[in-house]
Ligand binder design. Structure first.
Ligand SMILES: Cc1cc2nc3c(=O)[nH]c(=O)nc-3n(C[C@H](O)[C@H](O)[C@H](O)COP(=O)(O)OP(=O)(O)OC[C@H]3O[C@@H](n4cnc5c(N)ncnc54)[C@H](O)[C@@H]3O)c2cc1C
Length: 380
C-alpha cells in the first residue's frame, strides 16, 4: 500500500476514475474465458485510476463541500489520535460542518465493499489514500457520533513518509481535507467465502471486507471470512489469539522474499502473547466482529519479530478445509491481498501501472504457485 507511483500531474481527477471490467484485469485462478453475463460479478474491479495513486499531484480545488464527495475536498476535524503501537495510531475525525448526508455517503460504500478516502497534504499539494475502519461492537463511537459522520483510521507513521508524518504532527482540532469515497473492491453479492491476506495496515481493508460481507448475513445466508494478518511488531496485534491451532508458519518472510535477505524458520501461526496483557485496538475490533458474527469470522496472527510468517501451507490448509463444488458461481470464493507493495508482490505478484491506470497485473507469487481452482484473487 506504500506504492511508489509516478506523479499523475493533472490526472487525479475523479472523472478519470473508471469502473473497469474485471474479467480483463483481475488475477484469477480460474481459467480465463470470453466475458459473459456470468462474469458480471467482476464489477469488483472498480479500479482507482488516478485518485487512488499515491504521489498524486492535487490540482487546486474549488470551494469546499460539507459532505464527503469525489469531486472536491471536504474539511474534517481531528477529534483524537490515540497510539496503537509505537509506529501507528488510531485517528478519529468528524466532518467540520454539519451535513445530513454524511452517513448516507458512507453507507453506500460500506455496502459495496472495500473503500478508501484521499487525505490532502496542503503544503506539498499531495494526497494519500487511507481506509476508514468500520463501526463494530468494540468501537468507542456513540450512535450520535456515527450519525454525525465520524470516521476512524488506523495509520502507520512512516518515519520518512510525507503525509503520514504530517498527519501525526497535526494538533487535535486541526482540519484535515479528504475526498472520496473511492471504491477499491466491490464484493460481489454472491460471495460466500473470503480469504483475506493482510500485511500491516492492510488489516484496515480486511476489517472493511469483513464488515461489508458479514452485514449481508441472514438466516439463509451465512458468508464467512478468514483473515491471515502479518504484523512486524507484537504491539500491533497484542492479545491476538489465532483460530487455527495447528497452523504452521513459513520458512521465509515476504520481506526476505522481496528484498532477498535470509529467511527464518517459524514455529506456528499463533502470536505467543500473554493473555493477561491488554489487547491492541485492532485485535479488539476483530474480536468485536467475532462476537457480532459468531463462527463467521476467524483470524490467524503472524509476527515478523517472532519469525512467524504467512506460508503457502497456511493458505493451502485453509483452502483445502473449504467445501468444494464445481458448480460454484464465480465470485463465490475470493482471496483479497492487502498490505505494503512488497507484501502484495510476494503473495500475488505486483500490481502494474499502464497509461496512468493501476492494473491488477498477472497473478504471481505464492498464490500462483498454489494453483488454486475456483478462487478469484484481488490485490488491493
Ligand atoms: C487504497 C489504499 C488504502 C490505504 N489505507 C491505508 C491505511 O488505512 N493506513 C495506512 O497507514 N496506510 C494506508 N495506505 C498507505 C498510504 O496511502 C500511504 O502510502 C502511506 O501512509 C505512506 O505515505 P507517506 O506520504 O507518509 O509516505 P511517502 O512520502 O509516500 O513515502 C513512502 C516511503 O517511500 C520512501 N520514498 C519516497 N520517495 C522515495 C524515493 N524517491 N526514493 C526512495 N524512497 C522513497 C519514503 O522514504 C517512505 O519510506 C493506503 C494506500 C492505499 C493505496
Amino acid at each position: 500500500m506504500n506504492a511508489s507511483i509516478p506523479s499523475l500531474c493533472g490526472r487525479c481527477r475523479p472523472a478519470l476514475r473508471q469502473a473497469a471490467i474485471l474479467s480483463r484485469r483481475y488475477a484469477s485462478t480460474a481459467p480465463k474465458s470470453a466475458p459473459s453475463p456470468k462474469n458480471r460479478w467482476i464489477g469488483i474491479a472498480i479500479v482507482t485510476v488516478a485518485a487512488g495513486g499515491t504521489g498524486a499531484y492535487l490540482r487546486s480545488q474549488g470551494p469546499g463541500s460539507v459532505t464527503l464527495n469525489q469531486e472536491t475536498f471536504t474539511k474534517y476535524s481531528l477529534v483524537s489520535r490515540e497510539p496503537v503501537s509505537s509506529t501507528s495510531s488510531l485517528f478519529t475525525l468528524r466532518p467540520r460542518y454539519h451535513s445530513d448526508h454524511s452517513y448516507d455517503v458512507y453507507e453506500d460504500a460500506w455496502k459495496t465493499g472495500v473503500w478508501s478516502v484521499m487525505f490532502k497534504q496542503p503544503q506539498l499539494q499531495i494526497g494519500r489514500d487511507y481506509t476508514p475502519l468500520p463501526v463494530t461492537a468494540a468501537t468507542p463511537l456513540t450512535v450520535d457520533e456515527e450519525n454525525e459522520g465520524y470516521l476512524r483510521f488506523f495509520i502507520r507513521k512512516d518515519p520518512f513518509g510525507e503525509v503520514s508524518r504530517y498527519l501525526h504532527s497535526l494538533a487535535i482540532g486541526a482540519d484535515i481535507e479528504m475526498r472520496g469515497p473511492q471504491i477499491e473492491c466491490a464484493i460481489p453479492e454472491e460471495t460466500q467465502e473470503i480469504l483475506f491476506i493482510a500485511g500491516g495496515t492492510g488489516i484496515a481493508p480486511a476489517l472493511q471486507a469483513g464488515y461489508s460481507l458479514l452485514n449481508r448475513t441472514t438466516e439463509a445466508n451465512r458468508p464467512r471470512i478468514h483473515i491471515l494478518w502479518a504484523s512486524r511488531l507484537k504491539e500491533d496485534c497484542l492479545g491476538g489469539k489465532g483460530d487455527t491451532p495447528l497452523a504452521t508458519s513459513s520458512q521465509r518472510s515476504w520481506f526476505s522474499g522481496w528484498f532477498g535477505s535470509s529467511g527464518n524458520t517459524g514455529q506456528g501461526s499463533q502470536v505467543a502473547i500473554p493473555q493477561d496483557k491488554e489487547k491492541s485496538l485492532i485485535v479488539r475490533e476483530l474480536d468485536g466482529l467475532k462476537s457480532q458474527y459468531p463462527g463467521q469470522i476467524t483470524v490467524d496472527y503472524y509476527l515478523d519479530e517472532e519469525n512467524r510468517f504467512i506460508s503457502k501451507k497456511n493458505i493451502s490448509d485453509y483452502i483445502e478445509s473449504m467445501p468444494r463444488s464445481p458448480a460454484d458461481p464465480r465470485g463465490r470464493k475470493l482471496i483479497l491481498v492487502s498490505g505494503p507493495e512488497g507484501f502484495i508482490s510476494y503473495m500475488a505478484g505486483p500490481k502494474l501501472w499502464a497509461d496512468g491506470r493501476e492494473l491488477q497485473g498477472p497473478l504471481r507469487g505464492i498464490i500462483k504457485e498454489l494453483d488454486l481452482k475456483g478462487w478469484a484473487v484481488w490485490k488491493l
